[in-house]
Write a protein that binds this ligand. Structure first.
Ligand SMILES: NC(=O)c1ccc[n+]([C@@H]2O[C@H](COP(=O)([O-])OP(=O)(O)OC[C@H]3O[C@@H](n4cnc5c(N)ncnc54)[C@H](OP(=O)(O)O)[C@@H]3O)[C@@H](O)[C@H]2O)c1
Length: 217
């Protein structure tokens, strides 16, 4: 079974670590500080978890750091790997990033450009961290919650779809990375619980920031 690396062990990273361990994966977690700072979480997660260099140890690696820090994600150890990007752009937290402000790119495309030989799949960006461990249901459950993915590598997306299914969620494929904007903040699917059918409608109804009312910071 694959080892899942988690770069970032905050709200989302720690929850994905809990889900992964609960489904039998080994996890390796890292944050911006020394491994000792993750001792409490590692103890909670149990023997399948350790704090070390997640980029190196993970077969599949989740990037879940504040977007402003994406350039700190190591490139070499992630070469050829599936990298799951949970990140969102909040200018008040991340500072202004011109190519996101003018919508000439998307958050996951930025990470893909930073990691040219990795297979970036956008996922888990539009569900509140706490709901990751409460909203999952077995495959085939009525009104099962769906999560969107986007990515340019079909095999990587198939792997992430299987992972989501194990974690309790249906998947809706929004298309290539450049379509990831359809599930960015301030779009209809961002946040609420949605079935696959509802989420497909949300993705279709999403508007670019330029076509929305101005947002207050
Ligand atoms: N919170 C949610 O419900 C939610 C839901 C979906 C998506 N997201 C998105 O997911 C991303 C992470 O959100 P979050 O709420 O989990 O953030 P968070 O609670 O602030 O956690 C961020 C984590 O990233 C680590 N980190 C920061 N810089 C790093 C670096 N250079 N290298 C390695 N680790 C680093 C932090 O470690 P230190 O503590 O050591 O700095 C911390 O463990 C954001 O883009 C957010 O928008 C969040």
């Amino acid at each position: 079974m694959a080892t899942i690396g988690l770069i970032g062990a905050g709200h989302i990273g720690s929850q994905l670590a809990r889900l992964a361990v609960a489904h039998g994966y080994d996890v390796v977690i890292s944050n911006s500080r020394a491994p000792e700072t993750l001792a409490t979480l590692v103890a909670e997660l149990g023997p399948r978890a350790r704090a070390a260099t997640a980029a190196k140890a993970g077969d599949i690696v989740v990037v879940s750091v504040p977007l402003k820090n994406y350039r700190a994600v190591p490139v070499g150890p992630l070469a050829g790997k599936i990298v799951i990007d949970t990140n969102n752009y909040y200018p008040e937290r991340d500072g202004h990033i011109p190519e996101l402000d003018d919508e000439s790119t998307t958050t996951a495309e930025l990470l893909q450009a930073h990691l040219p030989t990795s297979k970036v799949v956008k996922a888990f960006n539009h569900i509140y961290a706490a709901e990751l461990t409460t909203d999952g249901q077995p495959s085939g459950a009525t009104k099962r919650r769906a999560l969107a993915i986007a990515g340019d590598d079909l095999d990587a997306k198939a792997t992430v779809t299987r992972l989501l299914d194990q974690f309790g969620f249906d998947t809706v494929d929004a298309g290539p990375l450049k379509e990831g904007w359809r599930i960015q903040r301030d779009t209809p699917g961002y946040g609420p619980r949605r079935t696959a059918e509802e989420l497909r409608k949300d993705l279709a109804a999403a508007k670019r920031y330029a076509d929305q009312s101005p947002r207050e910071e």
